[in-house]
Design a binder for this molecule. Structure first.
Ligand code: ACO
Length: 330
């Protein structure tokens, strides 16, 4: 076996739609308040795309950003792996639409359906493609338009989610010791109905009945998801650190999935990380599912919190239940 790291995250890029929806705006149509939302979730606003802005378009904006920063052309991309829970269409994949927008004609393109850890699942696949020699340069994307699968009349979910995209160029490791040191992905399908869209798929195809019962929207058992999230994020942190062969106190920055400030705080406490070493932007974007980690990474780079040589722990959980993590020497 070739020793790790095989692959490195050469760059990141991000895109969020301009329109921000504040808690105050939501509380005009829902029985909720800014105070309740901030106290229970840490979220102050989320960005929402227009009808004309597709997931592929958001993904393309983020991808072009990442490609410019890594100085690669569309023709250099061997694979596009895109995590999403809100694809533009059920067929074909959003990754293929992204490929067409970018003109990345040499790539194989496909979606990964793993909800919020979608970016980490995609990163794990990208590393494997590179390690096997199948690909040299992979575009890893997390992109969502959760506003289209959110029930805006359900106060228990409508306050949580937002739209956005993040992308990164992943390529063969070029600097000794720098790159992806470990990845960990796991699922538990027995927990599927804690967070799911009951209708609109092949089991219960879209129909007037599905739409009238609002079963094409996400349904969530919030309290149970919360408990499962805290448990799985803790396991994922431990596994990625163990597999990387590093000590927890060596981690410079924890970049957790941005679902809820209380879940982030519980994860940081478990990992023994002070909040000063945790990337938090949930207040600005809410939960953007698979876009959450790359959006946070992009901000960490822009803010100078992630520099060449930093040791970063990425961790996420989501519907499925799915969870995952990675340790990366930046
Ligand atoms: N505004 C005001 N009151 C509300 C709201 C709201 N928006 N939503 C729920 N409430 C009420 C409830 O009706 C309940 O009232 P009751 O006591 O009279 O019955 C009360 O507030 C408490 O409700 P809980 O659900 O117990 O509140 P909790 O503290 O658990 O917070 C929350 C709810 C924020 C949803 C929390 O459970 C949570 O964050 N869970 C995890 C959700 C998550 O991260 N999901 C994403 C998974 S990732 C993916 O794959 C997309």
């Amino acid at each position: 076996m070739i020793p790790r790291p095989f692959a490195e995250i050469a760059s990141v890029g991000a895109a969020v739609p301009p329109r921000a929806v504040t808690n105050a705006e939501l509380s005009r149509t829902l029985d909720t308040s800014d105070e309740w939302i901030v106290e229970r979730t840490g979220i102050r606003e989320r960005h929402v795309a227009t009808a004309a802005q597709s997931v592929a378009m958001l993904a393309a904006e983020a991808s072009r950003d990442a490609m410019d920063r890594a100085a690669i052309r569309a023709a250099d991309i061997d694979a596009i792996v895109l995590g999403t829970a809100s694809p533009d269409r059920l067929l074909p994949s959003t990754a293929c639409d992204l490929q067409a927008l970018l003109g990345a004609h040499n790539a194989a393109a496909f979606d990964v359906s793993a909800a919020c850890p979608g970016y980490l699942y995609a990163l794990t696949i990208a590393e494997g493609l590179i390690a096997s020699g199948q690909s040299r340069t992979v575009l890893v994307v997390g992109a969502e338009k959760l506003s289209t699968i959110t029930d805006w009349e359900d106060r228990s979910t409508a306050i949580l989610f937002g739209d956005g995209a993040g992308a990164s160029v992943v390529r063969r490791s070029t600097r000794a010791g720098r790159g992806i040191l470990s990845t960990f992905i796991k699922s538990d399908g027995r927990l599927a109905e804690l967070l799911y869209r009951p209708g609109g798929g092949s089991a219960d195809p879209i129909s007037e009945r599905v739409v009238c019962s609002r079963n094409h929207y996400m349904k969530m058992a919030g309290r149970e998801v919360f408990k499962a999230a805290v448990r799985t994020m803790a396991e994922a942190c431990d596994e990625a650190i163990r597999r990387a062969g590093v000590r927890p106190d060596e981690i410079d920055l924890l970049v957790p999935h941005q679902a809820n400030i209380r879940i982030i705080e519980a994860t940081a406490k478990h990992a023994g990380m002070p909040l000063s070493k945790v990337m938090i932007n949930v207040e600005r974007y809410g939960n953007t599912s698979s876009a959450s980690i790359p959006l946070a990474l992009d901000q960490a780079v822009t803010d100078g919190r992630l520099r060449s040589g930093s040791l970063v722990l990425l961790v996420a959980f989501g519907a499925g239940f799915t969870w995952g993590s990675a340790v990366v020497r930046w």
